[in-house]
Write a protein that binds this ligand. Sequence first.
Ligand SMILES: N[C@@H](CCC(=O)N[C@@H](CS)C(=O)NCC(=O)O)C(=O)O
Length: 223
Amino acid sequence: MTTKLYTYWRSQAAFRVRIALALKGITAEKVTLDLLKGHQNAAEYRALNPGMVVPTLIDGDGPPLVQSLAILEYLDEEYPKPPLLPADIRARAHARALAQMVAVDAHPFIVPRVRKFLEEKIQLKEKKRVEWVRHWLDEASRAVEEALLRDPRTGIFCVGDAPTIADICLVAHFASVKLFGARDISQFPIAQRIFTACMALDAFAGEHPLHQPDAPAGGEERV
Ligand SMILES: N[C@@H](CCC(=O)N[C@@H](CS)C(=O)NCC(=O)O)C(=O)O
């Protein structure tokens, strides 16, 4: 069975799916799209993903899978081991909530099509666009840190002592925080500790944006 992932090195959403595939031990062929060159808008790709965004996962003969959070849940249902959600139903809701704080509440503000709109239609200069991106990243970092601080279920990882979708989304978020030079992660000590615990695992570290075949040397890129 062929598994194929359409990805981009700096994409938070694609990073989430790369981590989940690695945790599940699934090898996927990577098809890289250059989002800054607009490859995602090509007609052939639009036929796979009407949102014209990465990731898209092709898993065997079924139709393309889109939306990273939906793909994470699909992978967890289709390949249950190891689980990406805790067993307890309230803890599952908590893991999903933490994941959504970064993936749903912040990430959409910083994607290339929004930055392009700010540049071309609102005429926001690069310095202001960087400020915009860092602001939304900081907001989510603060929210996640507070949630982790308050919750007795916070363990080695976000919810207990095994990685879940919350950790996947947290790591993808803080990788962006570092790449976009937002507030120093040490200001979010619990998130920083969990980020470090995750990055000690090959499934997380090996799929880091800077280790991707399409990452530019030095990881530098315009906003
Ligand atoms: N909610 C979507 C977000 C997908 C998304 O916006 N991906 C970005 C990269 S992280 C993208 O492909 N953007 C292309 C663009 O903005 O033109 C998901 O989680 O899959």
